[in-house]
Write a protein that binds this ligand. Structure first.
Ligand code: NAD
Length: 498
């Protein structure tokens, strides 16, 4: 059985004192194993990054960037293999994996602008003969801890930017689907990255805790569930580290009575059930304003959901695949059960779905729940499965109050033809990423990604301009070259411009 190990100092390492099975979620079989790094292995990775830092920090940004340009080409040339690895371990259908990869590549493209992004700020003559500038210096060794649901894209949010900014990186991917992440880390070495600049350790809490407590690690980027994000943020901060920790979500769409219903139904299908709902930006709740639009929506969705196809990753005709593990499948089914018990109407039931050829896979079919109410456990939790819940309200204000009251604030969307309502909504809603007739408003690589409330702990969002700020620290230099005409006598009051 293949053992997925680590990559330290540019070399493959298999420290396999502890291992965990990696499943193909479509077949339900454990087909690989992943090594779970011991504390000492993680410390070796940190030491390799620390050793590589002085030379990498002094490498001109344009040279660092040339490696990223080659990396982008290699990602494109190896797209098929990457999507296959994602499919085998995550279950994502090949067209969806290709979308994930493309979104990741766009972050590499943005990182290729490092010489421009790192130019800094300059002011001439802030005083007589005095110039001042700010430059953005790397932090040193930084770490990234990533979730299972985007094994390629989320790591690509982090390490390309950190590295072009002059840092050295230790990445700890999800232990549930680590194969594609290790593969792309190797491609970056093939592109010419010096050993030690990017290290990858596979593992679990032991590896994460080592990264959080080691004083050589200056900053931690995390993406995953909210309870772990909160723990990572608190522990990193207590250990004096900079941290951005992105957490879970419950993304609502508001459906206004004037919305283009055909467009809303089509886009909701993809946004709710694509990737089996295992996206932090998945739309999992529709708040319908008025019973008339709610009834029309439920009727159309019921019809449209009949045609959805689920199955194995390599069949392009499939719309979505299985859930990541058997335990997660049981959790999702448990949420549907509880919603039904608490009074929701199960309009389309994905429990017990049949997937010929993949009977043992972790599949749940697309599920539609109507007449959900805010007290229900299924409404409060992030289900992270192919389950769409409909809540009925009577006004836009009521819909917005519902969204604002939820603990998460990652993404949201309004379907309407009314520009005034859309502007009112985007202006006031307490959510970090807003779509107007756009169901998955995932910011492009040259903006930044992040939610509000308990969807993000920290100040800076991921990637884009905030990524540059996160992976650098500002140094401001004020300079004067004394000359005879500018020589000053001793001054004991706070210097000001006279
Ligand atoms: P997770 O929190 O279980 O795991 C994320 C990472 O944390 C993994 O690398 C894992 O090994 C590590 N980890 C897990 N338990 C830990 C512990 N007790 N101590 C230390 N480290 C631990 O998340 P997941 O199930 O892999 O991913 C799904 C979650 O990620 C969902 O909640 C989803 O919304 C969220 N997510 C958020 C975003 C975002 O941008 N906000 C993006 C993708 C996924």
């Amino acid at each position: 059985m293949t053992l997925i190990g680590h990559l330290i100092g540019g070399e493959r390492r298999n420290d396999a004192t502890r291992t965990q099975e990696v499943f193909n979620p479509a077949t339900g079989r454990a087909e690989k194993q992943v090594a779970l790094a011991a504390k000492s292995t993680v410390e070796e990775a940190i030491a390799a990054a620390q050793a590589a830092f002085p030379a990498w920090r002094d490498t001109p940004p344009i040279k660092r960037t040339r490696i990223m340009f080659r990396f982008k080409e290699l990602l494109e040339q190896n797209a098929e293999r990457i999507c296959q690895l994602i499919g085998e371990e995550h279950g994502k259908i090949v067209h969806d994996a290709a979308g994930e990869l493309q979104r990741g590549i766009e972050n590499v493209e943005y990182a290729c602008g490092a010489p421009q992004l790192l130019k800094g700020e300059h002011s001439r003559s802030v005083g007589p003969g005095i110039d001042s500038w700010s430059e953005f210096q790397p932090l040193g060794v930084v770490a990234g801890i990533t979730p299972f649901n985007f094994p390629v894209m989320v790591p690509l949010w982090m390490f390309p930017m950190a590295i072009v900014c002059g840092n050295c990186f230790v990445l700890k991917p999800s232990e549930r689907d680590p194969g594609a992440t290790l593969f792309i880390a190797e491609l970056l070495h093939e592109a010419g990255l010096p050993p030690g600049v990017l290290n990858l350790v596979n593992g679990d809490k032991e590896a994460v805790d080592t990264l959080l407590h080691d004083p050589r690690v200056q900053a931690v980027s995390f993406v995953g569930s909210t309870p772990i994000a909160e723990y990572i943020y608190a522990t990193a901060a207590a250990n004096g580290k900079r941290c951005q920790a992105l957490g879970g979500a419950k993304n609502h769409a508001i459906l206004m009575p004037d919305a283009d219903l055909d467009n809303a139904v089509n886009s909701l299908l993809g946004a709710a059930f694509g990737s089996s709902g295992e996206r932090c930006m998945a739309l999992s709740v529709v708040v319908a304003v008025g019973d008339a639009v709610a009834d029309a929506l439920v009727a159309r969705l019921r019809e449209a959901m009949r045609g959805l196809k689920l199955g194995i990753h390599h069949e392009r005709g499939n719309d979505f695949g299985p859930l990541i593990t058997r335990q997660h499948k049981d959790r999702v089914v448990g949420h549907i059960d509880s919603a039904e018990r608490q009074g929701a109407q199960v309009v389309v039931d994905g429990r017990g779905v049949r997937t010929p050829g993949c009977e043992e896979g972790f599949f749940v079919g697309a599920t539609l729940l109507d007449r959900v109410s805010p007290e229900m456990d299924s409404y409060r939790a992030e289900i992270f499965g192919p389950v769409l819940q409909v809540i009925r309200v009577s006004s836009l204000e009521e819909a917005m109050a519902l969204i604002d009251a939820h603990e998460y604030g990652n993404g949201t969307c309004i379907y309407t033809r009314d520009g005034e309502a859309a502007r009112y909504f985007s202006d006031r809603i307490q959510v970090g990423m807003v779509g107007i007739n756009v169901p998955l408003p995932v910011p492009v690589a040259y903006h930044s990604f992040g939610g509000w409330k308990r969807s993000l702990f920290g100040d800076l969002h991921a990637y884009g301009p905030d990524g540059v700020r996160f992976y650098t620290r500002r140094k401001t230099i004020t300079q004067r070259w004394p000359s005879a005409s500018l020589r000053e006598s001793a001054e004991f009051s706070m210097p000001t411009l006279k």
